[in-house]
Design a protein around this ligand. Sequence first.
Ligand SMILES: [Zn+2]
Length: 312
Amino acid sequence: MFCRHKKAALPRAFLLAAAFLAVFSLFGCDVQPAQGNAASAPSASFAQKNETQVYFLDVGQGDCELIRLKSGQTVLIDAGTGETSARLTDYIKNLGVTRVDLLIATHPHEDHIGGMAQVVRSFPVGKVYMPKIADSQVPTTSVYEKLLTAIRDKGLTVSQASGGDEIYSAGDETMRVFAPNSSKYSGLNSYSVVVKLTCGQKSFLFTGDAEADSEKEMLKKGYDLKSDVLKCGHHGSSTSTSAAFLKAVGPGAAVISCGVDNDYGHPDAAVVARLEKAGVAIYRTDRQVTILARCDGTQIEFSTGLPSVVEK
Ligand SMILES: [Zn+2]
């Protein structure tokens, strides 16, 4: 059911990257693409620099973000589908990651937790965060059961994340949870754990598949939603990135994680138009493959065209 990338996708990505360079120079934005390294592979060894690195990994039709904090700690938000689970752990190992300090399952859907049991089995893991799901909606899927078993087998427990929690703070980096804010939602997507990462003067908002109902709550709660980079909710679906939410976040760049020619029509044309109208630079994993954002506290620099987790 999940589409793989076409081989022709990469040259198209380069063209788009070039187009974004042009757009950024027009806006004089301080969220900018890296120049000259669009095709560079992730380095095999990670020498910790004075920067935060955020990988928006191309896992096809799914979500997975890897954050390397200045402290050397590693955060993984979601882990893509089961189809790419082995390749995901290899990919992360090749980046030099030896431990996942914070593991966040935004919500228990296969395109977010499918590869997570393998992550738990493959790395030492610090803390695991998930949303609290209402009893009547707790999934009975094998992928969810397998993840819980892997967590239990490792002697780990699950911490429930909810709006207002601070889950990381060191130096000028913090991670705060903005959602979920209710004990019950109509669908699993809106239980998504939403996290804001701040690095110095810059920030990223990771929204999982949170839909408009959760966005509305976050607005109502008065959280400091303003962020330089928005990982659009629900793969750019029309259910998310509502006009009011986008206005409050006011990003310079947005990242949409979705598969090439996916069956769901993600991202939604109206969402893309809304982002464009607001002058937001759009990065898409279906077109620009794995995307890396590096933040030194005052600027964010993007690299695109990094290797995919999906087998070509
Ligand atoms: Zn999803």
